[in-house]
Design a binder for this molecule. Structure first.
Ligand SMILES: [Mg+2]
Length: 216
């Protein structure tokens, strides 16, 4: 029997095009608080470091402790209701996941999104994908670039880091894979430009989900 292999994915900007819902929730809550809103391209640059980072970046000069706490609570609640309104998988993701599963590759998700929303999104958008491990940010799993989530995924999936790859759309993902000792694949269809990703020096930089198949 071949040695087990695993592919572990980031969620937002990698599997799911979630920008419209993230931008809509962020702007609805900013507007509600009487604070300036941002266009979607700007919100895109705020995503990747978890919800706390998104709030800090969205508030900019208005990031007082009180505003930060209020906006964080408002976005958590608004986005939990709306996180799959417009969010869809990127073209080719479903077929690629099916191919990997057919090749007995073990699959996982490690996101910087709060864990409850991560579980909800994965269950809603990919109900038939047999992920062996899914996590978002939890009290015992700090946000990437901390490698704990990816290492927990490897041990849960029963695959050593050397036989697993991590796929993500930001430099934080590349950094986390490196810290965990996995090969890193950066995807150019997500929330960062190709040049920004190239500067992070991933092991591979791909333009379509199917490009993942020969790397596994
Ligand atoms: Mg991402």
């Amino acid at each position: 029997m071949a040695a087990p292999r695993a592919v572990i994915f980031d969620l937002d900007g990698t599997l799911a095009d979630s920008l419209a819902d993230i931008a809509a929730s962020t702007n609805a809550c900013l507007a509600e608080a009487g604070l300036p809103t941002h266009d979607a391209a700007t919100v895109r640059s705020f995503v990747g470091g978890g919800i706390g980072m998104l709030v800090e970046r969205a508030l900019g000069p208005h990031a007082t402790p009180q505003n930060t706490e209020r906006l964080l609570a408002a976005i958590r609640s608004h986005y939990a209701e709306h996180c799959t309104d417009e969010t869809r998988l990127y073209d080719g993701v479903e077929a690629t996941l099916a191919r990997l599963d057919a090749q007995d590759v073990r699959l996982g998700v490690v996101s910087n999104k709060p864990d409850g929303m991560t579980q909800h999104m994965v269950a809603t958008l990919m109900p038939s994908v047999p992920f062996g491990f899914v996590t978002g940010e939890r009290p015992d799993i700090p946000r990437k670039p901390d490698p704990t989530g990816i290492l927990t995924a490897c041990s849960t999936l029963g695959v050593p880091p050397s036989a697993a790859i991590y796929v993500g759309d930001t430099a934080v993902d590349v950094e986390a894979s490196r810290a965990a000792g996995l090969r890193s694949v950066a995807v150019a269809w997500g929330f960062r430009d190709r040049s920004v990703l190239a500067a992070a020096k991933p092991d591979h930089l791909i333009d379509h989900p199917r490009d993942l198949l020969p790397l596994v």
